[in-house]
Write a protein that binds this ligand. Sequence first.
Ligand SMILES: Nc1ncnc2c1ncn2[C@@H]1O[C@H](COP(=O)(O)OP(=O)(O)OP(=O)(O)O)[C@@H](O)[C@H]1O
Ligand SMILES: [Mg+2]
Length: 486
Amino acid sequence: MFSKYKKQAAAGAPAKASKLKAVKPDAPIAPKPAANQSASLRRPMPKTSAEAAPQDKERKRKERLSDIKIQLHKELLEQLNLAALETANEAELRAEITTITTEILEEKGIVLNRDDRQTLTKELYDEVTGLGPLETLLQDETVNDILVNGPQQVFVEREGKLMLSDVTFKDEKHLLRIIDKIVSAVGRRVDESNPYVDARLADGSRFNAMVPPIAVDGSLVSIRKFKKDKLGIDDLVNFGAFNEEMAAYLQAAVATRLNIIVSGGTGSGKTTTLNALSSFIDNAERILTIEDTAELQLQQTHVGRMESRPPNVEGKGEVSPRDCLKNALRMRPDRIIVGETRGEEVIDMLQAMNTGHDGSMTTIHANSARDGVSRLENMIAMAGIEMPLKAVRSQISSAVNLIVQASRLQDGSRRMTSITEITGMEGDVISMQEIFRYQRVGLTPENKIIGHFTATGVRSHFSERFRMWGYDLPASVYEPTKMESH
Ligand SMILES: Nc1ncnc2c1ncn2[C@@H]1O[C@H](COP(=O)(O)OP(=O)(O)OP(=O)(O)O)[C@@H](O)[C@H]1O
Ligand SMILES: [Mg+2]
């Protein structure tokens, strides 16, 4: 009854051929002698000795399933009518794969228990319709990042911790096939002459791949999974990313339109923080966002999203973040949010912040507020703007009001380790004051960091502004916390 997903029987198919296996009657799957087959593929006997470590058994089971899967996958692809697959619904396709799998297994004399058969069918389904071994990880809600270092090593990040997963690819060719499937689905290409690609997947996940020979030991893939429910302010407070006082302060800062930079290292939670901060923006404002890969999910109604585009293989068609930003300024925004500032767009960003688009936000790659400012200076210099350093600094100090530092600590936790205000210039130097910080105290025996958030005791430079705008923060917000570990 699922025959529409099967290739049509070739003319002259032997009448004997089963209705499910009418594909290549002239190239029958030659079953090996049953005895050999069952000898090499037989499930290990129930353990009779205590030696067989459970891990070892599990590994062998996996290897065996993987062998069978590879065998079956090839045959399945030959048998399935790939054109009809596109219109097949999931249930039909699963049923079809189950039927064909059962039949091939029977024909080959392979006996599998129910669990193994179900695993096999699922993996085959993933292989045919999805992204093969990656599919399970993509569907696993607890996995944030997937990092592939060649076919045999796939790491995942769960709850801030990187760990080796038990997922592997058969070989580099298999991995390349999956990469190709991913990138061709979003209209990109990756091969020897064009060995790396950065893309956003259909589900919003961020994808980056680099293939040999640039990647020496096999293709490198990193996927930052798209979270449907981005972490909001309350989630972040609950996770101990910052405390209630800091949240109240940040709300006042965003609502009163301070220009904010979120600074941090790779994967430190910059985009998440930026996204959470944006929730404090009034719904009536017109917000334009500019990103390399659209990750932000703003809650407001009036949002225009832009995604910059790298040049194509011939080096044409680039739309840089700067192009987007310049254009955005003509689109009457109340606020501009740039996903990450890393190049010449810094000039337009600072100009926007200085000229009527206050309340704008961006992220930069830096390890502290001071470092963040040096980064901005460097970016300006690299953009070829010839300005005395003092003028550059004065431009920065009048544009940026607040630097929020996000960090991924050594125990995997992500915390806002500092909130620093830029208060102006003192001589040639930009003056700053830290308002909140994360105070580390020690380590638990399990290597978890012990620490707490605290105000530094310095009252905000903007407290009068906050008050005028109706965000009169109590003085207690600025009082240093005694001990409260998170
Ligand atoms: N405080 C937090 N607690 C737990 N998980 C977090 C926290 N902040 C961020 N994450 C998770 O960490 C991952 C990385 O976060 P995010 O994308 O915001 O980092 P990033 O600094 O923007 O990274 P990149 O440098 O790659 O752009 C995401 O999966 C996110 O959901
Ligand atoms: Mg980011």
